[in-house]
Design a protein around this ligand. Structure first.
Ligand SMILES: [Fe+2]
Length: 249
């Protein structure tokens, strides 16, 4: 499986807090069948003021640690960007770390606030699409406006935005409403990716393997493969920060 949403970089958001935590998350991912991971720390102005530079500074030591530990994994970085008007400036200045490409467009992992959908969000996503950027909306099933009015997602889907569901939502880890909405979006066939959004080994580990099993049981293995592997593979292959590591065979 290929995981395009993770908080494995240490000390720059609410994910891994030290290199040992990062390694533990990667080890747990490998042990459960994940072979490629994109680190997507938050870029959230005023809360996690990350940029390409701060992310790269933490990514490089992690690569050294993976090499030392002789792990077999491919890792890369991008970011999970909280929706805000400043995104337009970041785009203009080439400061957004993208996941990779979807149909020649740069894929941006875009996060809405958990509480609501900010009025005008669809204008920003339309602007992104018009500027050759493919918004991938992170975990819409965890948004409280969407719990109450799931059809609000339709405008974004019609525009061409893609949706990423969090694996643990399908397992009930984020409560019943997120679980129901995640399955509802799968029933509607509007989901492009399932990713872990892992933060820490104790409370928010990588649960892609469990989600894969449930999706395969309900919809068949081809769909589980598409959502956990195939769609992500196309994006991962076009990320230009990929580092491949091979441990002893
Ligand atoms: Fe996240």
């Amino acid at each position: 499986m290929i995981d395009l949403h993770s908080h494995i970089l240490a000390g720059i958001d609410d994910g891994a807090s030290c290199l040992a935590d990062s390694i533990a998350l990667i080890n747990q991912s490998i042990a459960t069948g994940v072979s490629k991971i994109i680190a997507t720390p938050h870029i959230h102005f005023g809360t996690f003021d990350n940029n390409l530079h701060t992310i790269e500074q933490v990514f490089n030591p992690l690569c050294q640690e993976i090499q030392k530990a002789m792990m077999t994994v491919d890792i890369a970085f991008a970011a999970e960007v909280r929706i805000c008007p400043e995104i337009m400036l970041l785009v203009k200045n080439n400061k957004i770390p993208f996941l990779g490409k979807v149909n020649e467009k740069n894929a941006l992992l875009l996060e809405f606030p958990h509480s609501h959908i900010i009025p005008g969000s669809e204008k920003l996503t339309a602007w992104l699409l018009a500027n050759n950027i493919q918004p991938i909306i992170a975990h819409p099933e965890r948004n409280r406006d969407l719990w109450l009015h799931p059809t609000l997602i339709n405008d974004f889907v019609k525009q061409g935005c893609l949706l990423q569901i969090t694996a643990a939502s399908l397992l009930g880890d984020f409560g019943e409403r997120s679980e129901q909405l995640a399955w509802q979006f799968l029933d509607l066939d509007i989901v492009h990716l399932i990713a872990s959004d892992m933060h820490n080994i104790k409370r928010r580990p990588n649960r892609m393997a469990d989600a894969f099993r449930l999706v395969a049981e309900r919809f068949g293995e081809p769909l589980a493969n598409k959502l956990c592997c195939d769609n992500a593979a196309l994006i991962f292959a076009t990320n230009n920060t990929v580092q491949s590591f091979k441990g002893p065979q």
